[in-house]
Design a protein around this ligand. Structure first.
Ligand SMILES: [Zn+2]
Ligand SMILES: [Zn+2]
Length: 235
């Protein structure tokens, strides 16, 4: 089986011989045609990460803040229901197509720029959610880090792929009961140093917010005052 890196090298060779087609509809357009880009869907209304109610810029509502929601804001860029979005995501995550990654990340970066106010000074950092060792070994890259790099560049702030680390679980997820699973998630991530005041925590997709909330909790324990979640899509 080809590793993602080898596939990329091969892809580049093929691009040279015959120019790439749209990954979604296979027309002659470069990587993703205009109509497939439109079919990814309009950016969704942003919601409070605590209670899912529509709120301005996805900033956590006062009530959820009081209830201790670890995320201060949640930004997403694509509607989770869009089939085209999931097809594009697979071209990025499974086939390692970096041009599609760029198309998807660009929109999230833009949304972050519009929705996060006052990104000023030194005390900001983009932190991607780390991938499991298995995923990293199989695909050769962490999809969240690829997206995070684009977001960091757009916000003009640094990125750290080492501040948050994924810990190896002793048992497989499938072998755990509900309580064990909750505890395992709590111990799944570790912060390796002091976190800056403001963190933009990046992941590809959030089905539940459990992973983002766990990471946000850990980052706050390590000194962060504000943690903003940024994902391509949120279920
Ligand atoms: Zn197309
Ligand atoms: Zn709320």
């Amino acid at each position: 089986m080809w590793a993602a890196h080898d596939r990329c090298v091969l892809n580049e060779l093929f691009d040279f011989i015959s120019p790439p087609r749209c990954v979604l509809c296979n027309t002659g357009a470069l990587w993703m045609c205009r109509s497939c880009q439109l079919a990814l869907g309009a950016a969704p209304e942003l919601v409070c990460p605590g209670c899912d109610r529509a709120v301005r810029s996805g900033v956590t509502c006062e009530l959820c803040k009081k209830l201790g929601s670890p995320l201060d804001q949640l930004i997403s860029a694509f509607p989770y229901e869009s089939r085209s979005f999931h097809a594009a995501l697979a071209a990025f995550k499974e086939d390692g197509c970096k041009e599609v990654a760029s198309i998807l990340s660009r929109r999230l970066a833009l949304r972050c720029r519009e929705s996060i106010k006052a990104v000023l000074g030194q005390d900001w950092l983009v932190v991607p959610v780390p991938a499991s060792r298995e995923r990293q070994m199989k695909h050769g890259f962490n999809q969240s880090a690829v997206i995070g790099e684009r977001v960091a560049r757009s916000l003009h702030i640094p990125i750290s792929t080492t501040l948050l680390r994924k810990q190896k679980g002793k048992k497989k997820q499938k072998e755990l009961n509900v309580l064990e699973r909750r505890n395992a998630l709590k111990n799944a991530f570790a912060v390796t140093g002091r976190a800056p005041a403001n963190v933009v925590l990046v992941d590809d997709v959030a089905t539940t917010l459990a992973t983002l909330e766990t990471c946000a909790d850990q980052l706050k324990n390590a000194g962060a005052r504000q943690v903003i979640g940024a994902v391509l899509a949120h279920a």
